[in-house]
Design a protein. Structure first.
Length: 221
């Protein structure tokens, strides 16, 4: 009888303990499962981020191997902006720096030795873009100022000047250069829309050149 009493008493004690602590146990289980679910979600999110960063990096490598640095730049910018701590971003930075150095060496040689003369001007223009990409705005501007002539390349030189002034925070000079580039473009030549976007992004009204307006009027007639 004593044993039965002890068993009953122990059962009552267990019930009492569960009433007092049951909610804490349930909460603990909920938290445990929640943390487990959250951890799995975090793992899935991290995996997705790595995959996306990998895709951007691979695209950048593909463009660079095709010697298309202009197309590679947007992928690099996405890596820097959205995956700054990713190993792929670090590798991309090293790759881009190395490619820009190689490009600068090749373009410097072409600028000094290439024939005919217009090839030297093209090399100078592209080298200025490379220096700008490397963050050396003064060197880029010196290259443009040092050209013996920019005949035939007025629009390209003016646009790069605009990019340089913009990078230096010289908004009004950037606007003047972009407008000069737009004015120098022949109708149907170059990327007029991109220049308009650059001007509008700086809060400037786009003024079409007199020649372009005249051509437009003739077309309407």
């Amino acid at each position: 009888m004593s044993d039965l009493y002890d068993t009953h008493e122990q059962g009552e004690r267990v019930k009492s303990w569960l009433r007092e602590n049951g909610s804490a146990i349930v909460m603990g289980l909920v938290l445990a499962f929640g943390l487990m679910f959250g951890f799995k979600q975090w793992q899935a999110w991290e995996t997705s981020k790595r995959q996306q960063a990998s895709a951007e990096y691979q695209m950048m490598v593909t463009f660079i191997e095709a010697n298309n640095m202009d197309a590679a730049v947007p992928n690099y910018e996405v890596l820097k902006a959205e995956y700054p701590k990713s190993a792929y971003t670090s590798m991309a930075s090293l790759l881009k720096a190395g490619q820009l150095d190689l490009a600068a060496t090749a373009l410097t040689h072409a600028m000094n030795t290439a024939q005919p003369e217009p090839v030297k001007v093209i090399a100078r223009e592209r080298l200025a873009r490379v220096r700008l990409s490397q963050g050396d705005m003064d060197a880029a501007l010196e290259l443009l100022d040092g050209a013996s002539s920019d005949v035939g390349f007025e629009a390209q030189f003016a646009e790069i000047r605009g990019d340089i002034h913009l990078a230096k925070g010289e908004t009004q000079l950037a606007i003047q250069s972009y407008q000069a580039s737009l004015d120098a473009l022949e109708e149907g030549v170059g990327n007029r829309e991109l220049l308009k976007i650059k001007l509008e992004a700086l809060g400037a009204s786009v003024a079409e050149s007199t020649d372009a307006a005249a051509d437009s009027s003739r077309g309407g007639m």
